[in-house]
Design a protein around this ligand. Sequence first.
Ligand SMILES: CC(C)=CCC/C(C)=C/CC/C(C)=C/COP(=O)(O)O
Length: 297
Amino acid sequence: MPSPRPVRAGSARSSSVSGVGGGNSGGRYEFMSLTRTPPLSPSPPSHLLQRQGSDPTTARLRASESPNRRRRGSASSNASTSSTGGVQQLPEEDCMHLNPSIISVALSSLLAVDLWLSKRLGVCACEESSWGSARPIMKLVEISGHGIPWIIGAAYCMYKSDSAAGQEVMLNLLMALVLDLVLVTIVKALVRRRRPAHNRMDMFATFSVDRYSFPSGHATRAAMCARFLLAHLVLAAPLRVLVMLWAVFVGLSRVLLGRHNVTDVAFGFFMGYCQYNLVEVLWLSPATLYSMMGQLE
Ligand SMILES: CC(C)=CCC/C(C)=C/CC/C(C)=C/COP(=O)(O)O
């Protein structure tokens, strides 16, 4: 935690650090890391003042930089001070470090809200949680969106279907489910976001990549399958509403069970929605299938 320290009016900074939360020159406070030895002189070297900045965010950002980067930054700052004979000008690169962009601040705020909200909503994360008694129902919803029942179900319907159109639809549903597994695995492996700390890893049939939470595979599958069923099955209106409610409930149950953060599920829904468009583009017609099989022979 940085500690505020009054700075003498005489040690004013140059205007090159404006916009970094630097206050006025009289009676303002500087933040100094407790892990650093304070300078002996009452007026610290100007390059130190400039680099640490009066903004605690900046101090934190700098503390998290790699040692190499810090060393490089410090060298360039020294150089800039000495080469301008006291007039301090930061290199372009350093100005960007000192000014966290609006996007990164917005992202950090979104992630902070996400973590806070997800923790509050994880009311079925264990039996002792406030809604712990609803956990078995949530786990049933979880199974209803799992890949294994969907793959087995689609294969069974394809086998049992006595019309070519029915077989075609079920074959494409199977292809969509496999595509979903592949895409979610790739994104999870790339992003590697850990599941929430309050999650209990007691899920049925998972891959090793399922220790990661972004995006929610259940949410992608629910969104994609719901779109698929609504587009290719002739369903009465109440059933269509039920399909949509099921998809929403699968996503919600991921957060209530503490399996995911809200953003994992939100992105999962978006990704599943887009995946359906891809399935439409890649649609396997019987003709395509026969020609593919012919090429294999
Ligand atoms: C036939 C075959 C290889 C099926 C694999 C199905 C399988 C194990 C899918 C994993 C489903 C799963 C646990 C996804 C994780 O979902 P999240 O919502 O927790 O990301």
